[in-house]
Design a protein around this ligand. Structure first.
Ligand SMILES: [Mn+2]
Length: 359
């Protein structure tokens, strides 16, 4: 007998405020087709008793991807939007064997929200531990996306929140993909000598791409607003804050985590594995499904990828979105599988890569 666990993340259920206006493109990351496939996958997992536990690893909901000139939706607006009702019903069906962890795009979701919406679902506190397996969304290792309680930033929101708002503004205007900020981080990281300028350099690049000006206003949930130029000033010291609070090494890793260079978020997985003796490290967040060896080949890093086809980073590892990570625990070993969902198949969970690791 083995214990099978399923790890899923980055579904990004949202709303489309402009949907009744002809001058706006659909800026949501999760399309209606993606949502339909995710719902079908959950229903499949619900009917299979062999999957003992389901771990939702963050960014299930999303109130970050919203143009700056709109007041962002409340979580209730997202819960009640008919475009999410099928997925929510499917999640209710598997609630009793499921734990919910927040990511960055759903950091405003509360324990009360989840236990009310999904009776029986467990609320996970920041990190999932099971012996020497650790799983978390991963944004806590990334410079632009870790929640910041200490500094006088806006509503404890990280810089990544404003990057998402700016990219959504571009997406609403032009209909083009909104996750291309990774290209800017890659470029700026490679060529900039003064690393402390990276956060503002990336923010400036996305602001320019969205054709915004410093005096443009970003509408917030509490009906206040903040100017693009003010955001730039408030987060100017982000890099130096990381240096003060962590170490030069962790600061460097937190930038690498925002890129696709040097292993991206996998470099943080390698660091955790070595530091804490973890055999399996599972992250989401990057939208890059991955299964690789870390810690001198002694440990495994898996990434749960995404269910949003249009944000899928297809240059890496596997060629399809709709990803799942499945772990199977035996007395003496773990098997970790990186999978894709293909609804037209007899067994719709298609195993792309497998790693086996002795306990
Ligand atoms: Mn994320």
């Amino acid at each position: 007998m083995s214990i099978k666990k399923v790890f899923l993340s980055d579904v990004h259920m949202s709303t489309w405020i402009h949907k009744n206006q002809s001058n706006s493109h659909d800026y949501r990351w999760l399309s209606d087709i993606d949502a339909g496939e995710f719902s079908k996958c959950l229903n499949y997992l619900c009917g299979k008793d062999e999957y003992n536990e389901i771990v939702l690893l963050g960014d299930m909901f999303d109130n970050w991807v919203c143009p700056i000139n709109e007041m962002p939706p409340s979580m209730n607006d997202i819960f009640e939007d008919p475009c999410n009702s099928a997925v929510i019903a499917s999640l209710q069906g598997i609630a009793k064997k499921t734990t919910y962890f927040t990511g960055n795009h759903d950091m405003q979701v509360t324990k009360k929200d989840i236990t009310t919406l999904f009776p029986g679902m467990k609320w996970g506190v920041s990190v999932y531990y099971d012996n020497r397996l650790v799983a978390e969304h991963g944004h806590g290792h990334a410079m632009f996306n870790k929640q910041d309680y200490e500094d006088d930033h806006v509503e404890s929101l990280p810089l990544g929140y404003f990057i998402s708002r700016v990219m959504a503004t571009k997406a609403a205007k032009t209909g083009s993909d909104s996750i291309s900020y990774i290209k800017h981080v890659n470029e700026i990281f490679k060529f900039l000598v003064d690393k402390s300028k990276i956060p503002i350099g990336v923010f400036d690049a996305v602001v320019e791409e969205a054709q915004l000006k410093p005096e443009d206003e970003i509408f917030m949930r509490d009906r206040s607003s903040i100017k693009v130029g003010e955001v730039r000033e408030k987060y100017d010291s982000l890099y130096n804050n990381w240096l003060i609070k962590t170490s030069p090494h962790e600061t460097l890793l937190s930038i690498i985590a925002e890129t696709t260079l040097f292993g991206g978020l996998g470099a943080s997985a390698d660091y955790i594995s070595k530091k804490d003796g973890m055999q399996i490290v599972i992250f989401g967040h990057s939208h890059i499904p991955e299964l690789s060896r870390i810690n001198y080949n002694k440990s495994v890093y898996a990434n749960t990828g995404t269910w949003c086809k249009k944000t899928f980073q297809e240059d890496y590892y596997i060629s399809k979105p709709y990803n799942l990570v499945i772990t199977e625990e035996f007395d003496d070993k773990y098997i970790v599988k990186l999978c894709c969902w293909e609804s037209d198949k007899t067994d719709p969970i298609f195993v792309e890569y497998v790693e086996s690791i002795d306990k």
